[in-house]
Design a protein around this ligand. Structure first.
Ligand code: NAD
Length: 299
């Protein structure tokens, strides 16, 4: 069992850190919010005074922060992770951030003799609680082999996608596809309504035909066919519009900085931006179906 320092104990980080406590690790965590940090204490972990206190004695350091700017600050600031980690410790950033920042931090860590991997997740808050997340990892094989046993205690799939930043690259491609597919499934249901086709019938057919995809079969945007989907709970998240928009913007940054166009990714980003701007940032992202029907602002 390892000594683990955990930075960022929000919706995802707190249940992930508690799962590590349950697995028998000694977990010391830090969050700017004392209320969020208390979740770790409630789960049997120890709350640190600051970043240095959380990581200076840790063999493994995990971060789960909102965006690139937060990860950059936590790793690079005076008394941050890189300045405070002991030699030989393994750094794992599970936040979803841009590929360039992820690669830059891994390089900086390497120059200081520290191994760092990026390991963004899919599976949401339910997956974090149930320890069923998918981790998409980027880094060296050696770093991955060290990280895998720890990540397995918070998830069920742990995959090495490539070198540094490879996990972020996989995440951004996956979530661009998810944003596009949710809009596609929503449009299909809206068209079915207009054509007088029963929603359940469309689901029964499309979920076993060539229109099948996760946005249809697991996260269906209309109430009824998939009882656990947020559509049955007034589109309470789940995975918010703000988070989907963040990931789509990351995908568009990555596309433009690498000289490619993603026309549907670009259009999905505009639609989610407009949905977010109309006061729906905290709605589940599958609620875009209402926006496409013109129910929440203009479409
Ligand atoms: P969150 O906002 O609930 O938690 C982030 C935590 O980081 C907060 O508690 C905040 O106080 C803390 N924090 C910010 N700056 C800090 C600093 N300098 N030092 C210490 N703590 C700091 O976010 P979340 O939902 O837990 O998401 C975390 C990451 O996981 C994001 O990158 C998100 O895109 C990704 N993600 C989230 C979901 C989801 O469903 N929530 C799913 C997949 C991936």
């Amino acid at each position: 069992m390892a000594k683990i320092g955990f930075i960022g104990l929000g919706n995802m980080g707190a249940p992930m850190a508690v799962n590590l406590v349950t697995a028998g690790h000694e977990v010391k965590g830090y969050d700017l919010s004392a209320v969020n940090a208390a979740e770790l204490a409630n789960g049997g972990g120890e709350v640190a005074k600051n970043i240095a206190d959380a990581v200076s004695d840790a063999e493994v350091i995990i971060s789960m922060l909102p965006a690139g700017e937060h990860v950059r600050a936590v790793y690079l600031e005076k008394d941050g992770v890189l300045a405070s980690a002991k030699p030989g410790s393994l750094l794992i950033d599970c936040s979803t951030i841009d590929v360039a920042t992820s690669r830059e931090l891994a390089k900086k860590a390497e120059s200081m003799g520290l191994e760092m991997i990026d390991a963004p997740v899919s599976g949401g808050i339910m997956g974090a609680k149930a320890a069923t997340l998918t981790f998409m990892c980027g880094g060296s094989e050696e770093g991955f082999n060290r990280a895998e046993p720890v990540l397995s205690q918070m998830g069920k799939n742990v995959i090495l996608a490539g070198g540094a930043g490879g996990g972020q690259a996989a995440k951004v491609c996956n979530n661009m596809l998810l944003g596009i597919s949710m809009i596609g499934v929503s449009e299909a249901f809206n068209l079915a309504d207009a054509l007088g086709l029963d929603r359940q019938k469309l689901f029964d057919i499309a979920s076993t035909a060539s229109g099948q995809c996760w946005s249809m079969t697991t996260y269906c945007p209309v109430p009824g066919p998939v009882p656990t989907s947020p559509a049955n709970n007034d589109y309470k998240p789940g995975f918010t519009v703000a988070m989907m928009l963040k990931d789509l913007l990351l995908s568009q940054d990555a596309a433009s900085s690498n000289g490619i166009t993603t026309p549907l990714g670009s259009h999905a980003t505009k639609l989610y931006q407009a949905f977010d701007d109309s006061g729906n940032a905290e709605v589940d992202f599958s609620g875009i179906i209402r926006f496409l029907r013109g129910e929440n602002g203009e479409s």
